[in-house]
Design a protein around this ligand. Sequence first.
Ligand SMILES: [Zn+2]
Length: 258
Amino acid sequence: MLPSRLHTCEALILRSRDHREADRILTLLTPDLGRLDALAKGARKPASRKSGKVEPFMLVRVQLQRSKFLPFVGEVQLLNPFQGCRESLQAIVASSYACELVYNLTVEGEESDLNEEVFGSLLTVLTEVDDEPDRPNLPLCWLELHMLSAAGFEPALEFCVGCGAEARPEPWGFSVAEGGILCPDCIGAIPGGRPLPLEVFKILRFLQRSTWEQVRARRVAQPALSEARNIMREYLNHTLERPLRTTQFERRSGRGLK
Ligand SMILES: [Zn+2]
């Protein structure tokens, strides 16, 4: 429910799907209301003033009107089309994956202190993909860790999830099922534990603790980053109880990318 009859805010468009003959239902991510669906009447008509402004990945300022069912989309002002996010297959897949990840780790209409941070994180990642579409892995891995934390599924990277021992800078393990790192004593004792190379562990912990400004200033070794992403994919599949729709495309189209 909107806080007032008319509400204007910035929004990133996570999804846009056809509805009836001329309308679209938009899934919006906003800094104040979180994720919500809204009905853009007439948006499919070429002459509509909303036409070309309500595509996925776009940043808009939108006026929403309270209604009995879905809020109506009133005036739409395009703030950033993120054109670079739709100019290559890799960019489309990376941007779609980022939006699907955020969609699946947020709850519709949830009032949360983290809404603004989640909005800012996705905005950051779309900005990066827009600028450097062939280097999506670092921003996507950062987004995965920050979205997991915001949703309460933060993987434990400070202590062994088996015995509580404090992490040390040596090769440990990771358990997707237990949701965190395993000390050398617990790797064999916990089913499904896998080795976690030290370099990969350092990347995961650095990304989990850092703002994007801190991350983008650092060089990260590519093979270790790929392995970090593999572990995060497995962990996300387990946490969400199914793979994201774009995961397979993302994995394939991301081969060879930084
Ligand atoms: Zn342990």
